[in-house]
Design a protein around this ligand. Structure first.
Ligand SMILES: Cc1cc2nc3c(=O)[nH]c(=O)nc-3n(C[C@H](O)[C@H](O)[C@H](O)COP(=O)(O)OP(=O)(O)OC[C@H]3O[C@@H](n4cnc5c(N)ncnc54)[C@H](O)[C@@H]3O)c2cc1C
Length: 472
């Protein structure tokens, strides 16, 4: 059966004037050279790029409300956008229309030290939230690697993860309240500063991770944590990848409560070493597990480090080093850029499996890559079972690359789902993974998601073509 996509209207002169009336003429752009920056996110894949007709910079929830009412009335797509650091083209105007940028809503509204909460507008940078919490003697535990650029609203809309999710959970766990504007333009506050809430459906959790398809987030209320005074970073090196990753559940079982447990395979280490131009330990044959321990008492952290070292040494580790955090995290965080330098085009997979299955998943990827003659680099959040697998295009011609990537992904995700895994651990589905989503997500689950979408956004104006495509 042919799938019929909804048809949308274009912005005409009258609508453009109305946009300018709502947001102010200086907050609406339509010039091609200024729209370019909003025609893509960090994916930079030509087939996922598209110019919007206009970008509008909202300054308040009231303006967002008026813009959504206008988009509904005129049947024009409207795409909420944070900093555009996404990796799935989720904030791109695939069907044209208006990009609704939150970048001018960049104020921290309140730091409530007594209850340990921060309330901020959606366009505040994640690193700014972290800095403000720190300056007030507290920790904001959300920590995506893109934090210097991404916005807190984008983190909420994607349920961003990052290196600290093993101890503190993903962004969902940090958010207690949201101010949203519904698709029909109603302004609503969900949740707040209560530590518990069993008052009906958890609508806040429906909006978190909905990738701008259900509502526009204008404000977040974030839980802050006590700031750990001490930290130790350990670099544990193995010459066998399986042994390295199999150690991760056993480190967790020690009860040392690590903040981060990351892995880098040998190909990634070599590539990052080349990119940052710094010699990395055992780069000739090593595979890394990086552990960060944080707490209030350095002696306790040292004892925990000894426990980890003893466990790993007994189980084949070449060496456990107390690492210089600046150096080791520089290497880990260079993963994506180092691969981009190697192959400007690559597909960044973000699969997640139950943590104990991570070694089998990575082994499977290596076998599959060898079979297809593809170069695939794996690193990621080991204790979360979240593997970032970069499939490099290298010198392959476009047709061959597309064909190989397509079959590689289908074989990979069939295996991932058979292991109890999922398509994405933290980057989301966006536009890039809609076809895989319709193939691999359970049909009833997908139908429930579509029913929620239709109930909350009956005219399908909010970020259409993302997560799934609804046929009319
Ligand atoms: C180098 C690099 C490292 C990264 N590391 C991580 C990582 O460690 N962990 C991780 O999870 N991700 C990571 N990412 C991906 C990305 O940074 C995150 O998904 C981030 O949360 C996106 O935030 P943003 O403000 O850039 O949102 P955008 O990219 O602008 O938007 C992302 C999605 O959120 C929606 N959205 C944005 N703002 C709002 C809003 N106010 N209301 C409603 N919907 C909205 C958009 O419509 C879109 O669907 C990384 C990206 C890069 C380039």
């Amino acid at each position: 059966m042919m799938m019929m996509m909804k048809k949308y209207n274009k912005i005409n002169e009258k609508i453009l004037n109305e946009l300018k009336f709502i947001a102010g003429a200086g907050s609406v752009i339509t010039e091609a050279e200024r729209l370019e920056a909003y025609s893509h996110d960090e994916l930079m894949e030509p087939s996922c790029m598209k110019y919007p007709q206009a970008v509008v910079f909202a300054k308040s929830a009231e303006e967002v409300s008026q813009l959504l009412k206008l988009a509904n009335r005129e049947n024009i797509p409207i795409i909420p956008r944070g900093a555009g650091t996404g990796l799935t083209s989720a904030s791109v105007a695939i069907y044209g229309g208006i990009i609704l940028s939150l970048e001018k809503m960049d104020k921290i509204i309140e730091i409530d030290s007594q209850n340990m909460f921060m309330t901020a507008e959606a366009g505040v940078r994640t690193a700014e939230i972290q800095r403000a919490a720190r300056e007030n003697g507290m920790l904001y535990a959300g920590d995506p690697c893109s934090g210097e650029s991404s916005f807190i609203g984008g983190n909420a809309a994607t349920n961003a993860g990052g290196n600290k999710a093993v101890k503190y959970g993903t962004t969902r766990r940090q958010i207690y309240g949201l101010k949203i504007v519904t698709a029909s333009g109603d302004i609503l506050t969900l949740g707040g500063k209560c530590m518990k809430d069993s008052t009906g459906y958890s609508l806040i959790n429906l909006v978190i991770g909905s990738e701008g398809t259900l509502a526009v987030i204008t404000e977040v209320c974030l839980k802050l944590m006590p700031l750990p005074a001490e930290s130790i970073d350990l670099l544990i090196i193995f010459n066998d990848f399986k042994k390295a990753v199999e150690m991760v559940p056993r480190i967790i079982k020690l009860g040392v409560n690590p903040t981060c447990v990351e892995f880098m395979d040998n190909a990634v280490i070599k590539n990052c070493e080349k990119f940052i131009k710094e010699k990395l330990p055992h780069s000739e044959n090593g595979h890394y597990i990086i552990v960060k321990l944080e707490g209030s008492n350095i002696e306790n952290l040292e004892q925990d480090s000894i426990k980890i070292d003893e466990l790993c040494s007994k189980n084949g580790a070449l060496e456990t080093l107390v690492a210089d955090p600046a150096r080791i995290w520089k290497a880990r965080n260079a993963f994506a850029e180092a691969d981009r330098a190697e192959s400007p085009v690559f597909s960044a997979e973000d699969l997640v499996v139950p943590p104990a299955a991570i070694a089998d998943a990575v082994k499977y990827i290596a076998g599959l890559a060898a079979g297809y003659g593809l170069t695939v680099h794996c690193a990621g959040h080991a204790a979360d079972g979240n593997v970032h697998a970069h499939i490099l295009k290298g010198a392959l011609v476009e047709g061959e690359w597309r064909e190989k990537l397509n079959s590689f992904q289908r074989e990979l995700y069939a295996k991932v789902y058979s292991m109890g895994g999922k398509l994405s651990g933290e980057h989301g589905i966006g536009y890039k993974r809609t076809a895989l989503m319709s193939e691999f997500c359970n049909k009833t689950e997908l139908d429930m998601m579509k029913a929620v979408k239709k109930a909350l956004d009956p005219n399908l104006i909010l970020n259409p073509g993302k997560i799934f495509i609804i046929d009319e």
